[in-house]
Write a protein that binds this ligand. Structure first.
Ligand SMILES: Nc1ncnc2c1ncn2[C@@H]1O[C@H](COP(=O)(O)OP(=O)(O)O)[C@@H](O)[C@H]1O
Ligand SMILES: [Mg+2]
Length: 243
């Protein structure tokens, strides 16, 4: 029998903290190619810390991160980014605020080698159509002067231009109106439907996250305490008991 495909990304028994304070307490999390996993949990549960460990921005005290079965221990954040790990950090930090939209896109264009031309052409077309106000109408505007929603779209467009094999998003809907959240999540849906990109979506917005996720993982005090497949999602109100 063929061995199952290794996860695109796997966090295995991660322990990490700040000073004496332990924040991750043996966290396990995995995402398969083409899968969208929503990670939810209370404030301070360790979700952002987990993404930072995965991206190589923080070193765990125990455990490791595996990408397609390969242990990333000791690999720098920039090497992980070049290797296909894309992080859209919280608070729309993933762009150059003093450059225009066009200049931001040009800056990452160098990474845009087609790895999966057909699938990516589809994602790009949809992203352009849905993000038109940012990518085209505002191409000459300085990125830092745009609204939160426009900056979030640009940050996601920049991450996608690098054609990641794993995309990590840290609360992309925070502070945004429902129409913009719908637009952003539609792009994520197309991404996983038409490429083998794996997506880890950390979200507080349970209702919208449940609409697009294939699986939901609940994190509580630095540990994954429950996981639900799409055909068995509890109502958002039921998930709140973990918060
Ligand atoms: N740089 C830091 N220094 C000290 N404590 C931190 C730092 N970043 C996060 N923490 C603490 O770690 C805990 C987990 O934070 P975080 O991973 O951001 O959780 P979440 O994203 O789930 O809200 C919180 O109590 C937070 O205050
Ligand atoms: Mg966070």
């Amino acid at each position: 029998m063929a061995s199952p495909e290794p996860p695109a990304l796997e966090l295995r028994s991660l322990t990490a903290g700040y000073g004496a304070r332990k924040v991750l307490n043996g966290l396990d999390l995995h995402v398969q190619p083409g899968e969208l996993v929503a990670v939810v949990g209370h404030n301070g549960a360790g979700k952002t810390t987990a993404l930072r460990v995965a991206a190589g921005l923080k070193t765990p005290s125990e455990g490791s991160t595996f990408q397609s079965g390969r242990d990333l221990r000791g690999m720098s954040a920039s090497a992980r980014a070049r290797g296909g790990l894309g992080l859209v950090p919280e608070g729309v930090a993933g762009l150059f605020p003093t450059l225009t939209v066009r200049e931001n896109l040009d800056a990452v264009q160098v990474y845009a080698e087609a790895k999966d031309p057909d699938g990516w052409a589809h994602v790009e077309a949809e992203m352009r159509a849905l993000f038109a106000t940012v990518l085209e109408d505002r191409s000459g505007q300085v990125a830092g002067s745009m609204s939160g929603g426009q900056r979030q779209m640009l940050a996601i467009a920049l991450a996608l231009t690098r054609r990641p094999s794993v995309l990590l998003l840290d609360e992309p809907s925070t502070g945004l109106g429902p129409a913009i959240v719908g637009t952003i999540f539609k792009v994520l849906e197309t991404l996983v439907a038409s490429t083998s990109t794996a997506v880890v979506l950390v979200e507080q917005n349970l209702a919208d996250a449940l609409k697009v996720a294939h699986r939901v993982v609940v994190v509580q005090s630095g540990r994954a305490v429950a996981t639900f497949p799409r055909d068995n999602f509890p109502p958002a109100t039921e998930l709140w008991k973990y918060f």
